[in-house]
Design a protein around this ligand. Structure first.
Ligand SMILES: Cc1ncc(COP(=O)(O)O)c(C=O)c1O
Length: 414
């Protein structure tokens, strides 16, 4: 029987008590911009979308053909194996040997992931727990930070835009922090800042890893997209690297297979085994036709990948040239899919989120605000070179018009 003081349960607000893991995630700073982009699209307004490193070009026709063929085989529709089929792992081994002179063992040192982001996140879960700390490059590709947080670890952000200083700061942190950092995340060519390094960076990183006993996770997502003869070095091609770390690569960027969700983790066998254990519990592997088509891509599409890099180089040139003409301060990237641009002086105070909103709302160009990549990103924008050259030139014209119209409206300073 209900007493007078009882609140009827049907009137009690029902609150879903989500985990601290979810509650402690920081607010999603791209939310406002994504909402406006969506509203514009729904209203039928053309938006030149340079917001995300999401390739607009399809994969090579050979890959699509292979996918179609494998779809017809009834054996390819079952659950696959969670670490990737053997021939796929062998192909990754061949590619590492051919491109970087790295010898890997396909059963122990290679695992396929549902995109490198999934693999990276689960690797953090496999390595870290409460009380563990990871050093994360700053500004930060968001999952580098969030995956550590989701694994209940702590993040130390170190500015990566001066790579020698980054190394000195890693050493300093290891000297002075107790307990010492357990993991250091490397990501070159870097998203969002497009910072690149040479092999000697990794030589020093491996030396520090051995000295201070930390693990290295290298995110090598932009391995295939290099310009002007620059060749991004693989962490794993550094002597001793395999003793201390792993490297993630992906088919999303160079092979334009972002939606297919396929990437790889290679390197230290114990780290690969830890990831395999987590993945063995969580997933049943990548759709088999995707794995088979990825084998064909790696076997047959070297030239297509080189061509993709050339296309991005031309886009880089078109966008950089246009923005420099407008007076923007830009470092021309040697690799990757992004232009990291300083917000011009008159709009610096506005903050990157409001400035990006302005470019979208008034200029019809979507870009990512630097603040979305952490505090060190404030004052910058990240522009992804994912649209074709004509559209990029059009984007520059629209940005110019949008900012000029404001200059004309602004009353002369008194
Ligand atoms: C640095 C970096 N790592 C990983 C990824 C995600 O790659 P994947 O599609 O393989 O999950 C991206 C995508 O933008 C990226 O920029």
């Amino acid at each position: 029987m209900r007493s007078e003081t009882d609140v009827p349960f049907e009137d009690t607000p029902f609150k879903v008590p989500v985990s601290d893991r979810v509650n402690r995630l920081p607010p999603y700073l791209f939310g406002k911009i994504n909402k406006l982009k969506y509203e514009k699209r729904v209203a039928g307004i053309d938006v030149i979308d340079l917001g995300m490193g999401n390739p607009t070009d399809p994969p090579d026709p050979l890959v699509i053909e292979k996918m179609n063929e494998t779809l017809k085989d009834p054996r390819n529709h079952r659950y696959s194996v969670s670490n990737g089929i053997a021939n796929l792992r062998k192909e990754v081994v061949k590619r590492y040997w051919k491109k970087y002179g790295v010898r890997l063992e396909p059963d122990e040192e290679v695992i396929a992931c549902i995109g490198s982001k999934e693999g990276f996140s689960h690797m953090c879960l496999a390595l870290m727990g409460p009380g563990d700390t990871a050093i994360v490059p700053s500004p930060t590709f968001p999952i580098h930070e969030y995956a550590v947080m989701l694994a209940s670890g702590n993040v130390i952000s170190i500015d990566v835009r001066d790579p020698d200083k980054f190394l000195r700061n890693v050493a300093y942190t290891c000297e002075h922090l107790y307990p010492k950092p357990k993991v250091v995340i490397a990501n070159f060519p870097h998203n969002p800042s497009s910072t690149v390094i040479e092999q000697d960076f990794y030589v020093e990183l491996v030396r520090l890893a051995k000295k201070y006993q930390f693990l290295v996770i290298s995110d090598f997502a932009y391995a295939d997209i290099c310009f002007d003869g620059y060749k991004a070095p693989s962490f794993l091609s550094t002597p001793g690297a395999i003793d201390v770390g792993v490297e993630f690569t992906t088919m999303s960027k160079g092979y334009s297979m972002a939606g297919w969700r396929i990437g790889f983790c290679c390197g230290n066998a114990e780290m690969v085994r830890a990831l395999a254990t987590i993945k063995g519990y969580y997933d049943y592997g990548i759709f088999q036709p995707v794995q088979i088509a990825a084998i064909v891509a790696m076997r047959e599409c070297d030239e297509a990948v080189e061509n993709v890099a050339r296309i991005y180089q031309k886009r880089r040139d078109a966008l950089c040239k246009g923005l420099i003409r407008l007076g923007w301060e830009i470092e021309i990237p040697k690799a990757g899919m992004f232009i990291w641009a300083k917000i011009p002086e008159p709009w610096q105070k506005m903050g990157s989120i409001d400035f990006a909103m302005k470019l979208l709302d008034e200029g019809g160009v979507a870009v990512s605000p630097g603040r979305g990549f952490g505090e060190d990103g404030e004052g910058y924008l990240r522009l992804a070179i994912v649209e074709n050259e004509q559209r990029l030139k059009q984007a520059v014209r629209q940005i110019d018009r949008c900012l000029k119209s404001e200059e004309q409206e602004t009353p002369a300073a008194t």
